[in-house]
Design a protein around this ligand. Sequence first.
Ligand code: GLY
Length: 402
Amino acid sequence: MKLRNWIAGAGLLLLGACVPAGESFEEEALRYCDSQVRRTLAELKEVGGGSIDYTMMPRNIADSLTVWHCRKAVKEEWCSGFWPGILWYDYEATGDETIRQEAEKFTASLEFLSRTPAFDHDLGFLVFCSYGNGYQLTHNPAYKQVILNTADTLATLYSPTVGTILSWPRNVGMFGGHNTIMDNMINLEMLMWASKNGGDPSLANIAISHADKTMKYQFRDDYTSYHVAVYDTLTGDFIKGVTHQGYADNTMWARGQAWAIYGYTMMYRETELPRYLDFAQKVTDVYLQRLPEDYVPYWDFDAPGIPDAPRDASAAAIVASALLELSGYVPGEKGQGYKDAAIKMLQSLSSEKYQSRAEKPSFLLHSTGHWPCHSEIDASIIYADYYYIEALLRLKALDEQK
Ligand code: GLY
């Protein structure tokens, strides 16, 4: 995710405002992101009659619309951390103090989560993308405390009987047991970080137990993932693997697999346990083998209507970011292959087909949020933009290491 401690020496990159000669494609794309960020800030100010409501976070732009739909930062809104996280990344890219001030103001709207009982597992997305990115750049001790407190809150959802975090407490009845969703892998990063930065060291055991049990039960023999694993609350036994946002229980939902690729890569970085590195490659390889030509997946690999089914640019951005990291852990041709694939994904996402450009203030078009619920289909979605700018920064840092 955000804490790119796997790239030694990555710091403020300080891109210039004018077009430097010999600019790389990722530098050009980062300049594009910065201009879209400024456009969004200007629009939010205009909508607010001259002042920004820092509790309202950009969430999506429907296919047919051109302005952000914003949602209030409340505990039920899982995407509120991405916009502050984007602002921190843009500050990292530009070094511009006005962007930093905006990042601080939006980030502050999420502080309540560090003193509120857990609503669900999304606390990592919410607090680590915002406060985590902010802490990486500022070392503000108050930010650290928010992260540590929120990590303790997330840990309250852990069931020692099952060995995983209960992702959606509200859905225990609906699924018929303790549910763990693949997305939850990403939230383990905050637990790992807290365990090493002054929090309870046993938070790492929770993250490792969660990753191990998920590895054992939430994948089919071909390493494609179930979105949801359901466990017996009383015995911890695995009951079933099902989908929630994918097409069917036995299909590969693109973003679910993307979370798995990202999650196991991150868990290898954090633990150095070889089983996670091995598994990250297995879940990646099945994803890469089945991609369409432009490296941006259909929203589900078995979606009805392929090749006319909607794509999911968010999955492509998440995987691109993850593979840039994974490529650094895998030696030889295989690692280079992951880096090449990530670059193809980013080049595709940076093309006219996927960038919003003048049409909308988002970075990207063509993500799919929740197809079974007819929600956010072929839309701009804030987490696609978040992982896109993260991947561009990772690529830039890798290029600077050469
Ligand atoms: N975490 C929910 C999603 O990926 O849509």
